[in-house]
Design a protein around this ligand. Structure first.
Ligand code: LLP
Length: 413
């Protein structure tokens, strides 16, 4: 569900025409809808009202300061995976007590930064990391609050690059080793073990892997407690899929109905880490058609957004719907929508039937709120896109487009 729609033949974000945004701010430009974000926050966070819980939005999906401050205003916490994300979350006003820190490779500096700011907990992914945190916390003369991220070995049935809870993936501590690690954690002087954590993958379109992982975690909670150790928090990660094409992902209510009964009697506080399901369909990327060319096999629509702006099709073969900003064409044709980057992998859509645009027309690339701007780069020395937040009939520039000067600002000759 989102608030992007046609009004009088022009595609709008809430009550603002995307053509107006393009003429004011240029292209390529990301446009977010505040009403969509707020709706997703309410439905996802609200679905878990039956249990003591904290929603920790996964900042990697979209780390824009305006997005984070809307989440902060709604009492949403953050799941961060780097010092940079922690910095952004704190700056946007998310309280440290609502921030969890995940990731397989935290540096000593990042661990110190997190402890210094008193975040809720670090999700520990290896024995080596546990010892590093114990040492740093000792140097700081304090106890580090942690959970262990366990790898439940569940197939999330998603793209292999976004599956994280299988034995062959680098994430977490093997479930078979969990009890030993919990006993070790309990012996370390500068460690306070709060809970257990898992994240099995992203863009899940079926609830059963969530159930399997939750049941495995619940079983582990019983076994850890039977050793006389306390577990007060269970973090089930994120992963709920969204609709890009013709998927039918479960809704937040279905997700919650599956999870909540499994943990209700544990008395644990539940943490969820949704990313994509909050921001994915709250953003679009507007791009302008630069040129059109055809050969015997193909028609190419060459646009001013490339794989440096939106990497998902090139990296995962992902589908993003492409729609005209102005409904001015009746001819439909099968085309490739491609970017200006010097790589054959630089495409937005392949063999896609579209209302045939003309040079200079604007297109909107849908479902571009998650893992699009955050995965963008300066490849081909292209300045990164501007970002706009729309609320009702107001459009605010929340990130300026980069300039040639800003992209070389850290270089020294
Ligand atoms: N928690 C942890 C520990 C994660 O690693 C992730 C995502 C999430 C939560 C949020 O998952 P979500 O609710 O957004 O599915 N770049 C890929 C997605 C990578 C996801 C990485 N981890 C893409 O564009 O599809």
């Amino acid at each position: 569900m989102h608030y992007f729609s046609y009004k009088d033949g022009v595609f709008n974000s809430e009550d603002v025409a995307l053509s107006e945004i393009a003429s004011l701010y240029g292209t390529p430009t990301y446009v977010y809808s505040r009403a969509t974000l707020e709706r997703h926050i309410r439905t996802i966070d609200g679905a878990f009202n039956g249990i003591d819980h904290l929603t920790c939005y996964s900042v990697k999906a979209n780390s824009n300061g305006a997005v984070l401050s809307i989440l902060a205003q709604h009492g949403i916490g953050a799941d961060v995976v780097s010092g940079g994300e922690l910095f952004r979350a704190l700056r946007a006003g998310i309280p440290a007590s609502c921030i969890v820190y995940s990731g397989v490779g935290k540096t000593a500096e990042e661990i110190r930064y997190a402890l210094d700011n008193n975040i809720l907990m670090l999700n520990v992914e290896s024995e080596s990391e546990l010892h590093t945190i114990d040492r740093i916390a000792g140097e700081m003369n304090r106890k580090a609050p942690i959970s262990f991220r366990v790898n439940p070995d569940v197939d999330p049935k998603t793209h292999p690059y976004t599956a994280t809870g299988l034995k062959k993936s680098k994430f977490g501590i093997p479930a078979s080793d969990a009890l030993r690690i919990y006993e070790l954690g309990a012996q370390l002087k500068n460690i306070e073990v709060l809970g257990i954590d898992a994240h099995i993958g992203s863009q899940l379109t079926d609830v059963s892997p969530f159930r399997d992982a939750a049941e495995r975690l619940a079983g582990l909670i019983d076994r850890i407690r039977s050793l006389g150790l306390a577990i007060n928090v269970v973090d089930i990660g994120g992963g709920l899929g969204i609709n890009y094409d013709d998927e039918f992902p479960p809704g937040p209510a279905e997700w919650a109905q599956m999870i909540v009964p499994i943990f209700k009697n544990t008395g644990c506080r539940l943490i969820i880490e949704p990313g994509r399901s909050i921001v994915g369909n709250a953003g679009v990327l507007i791009t302008r058609v630069l040129h059109i060319k055809s050969n015997e096999e193909k028609t190419f629509i060459i646009v001013d957004a490339g794989m440096n702006d939106l990497l998902r099709p090139a990296l995962y073969g992902s589908y993003h719907e492409v729609v005209p900003v102005e409904e001015n064409s009746t001819e439909r044709r099968v085309v490739d929508v491609v970017g200006p980057i010097c790589e054959s992998g630089d495409f937005i859509a392949k063999d896609r039937e579209l209302a045939m645009p003309k040079e200079g027309d604007l297109l909107a690339i849908m479902s571009a709120g998650a893992y699009c701007m955050t995965m963008s780069s300066n490849y081909n020395s292209r300045p990164r896109a501007a970002e706009i937040m729309v609320s009702g009939n107001e459009a605010k520039l929340v990130t300026k487009r980069e300039t040639y000067d800003s992209i070389i600002s850290q270089e020294q000759l």
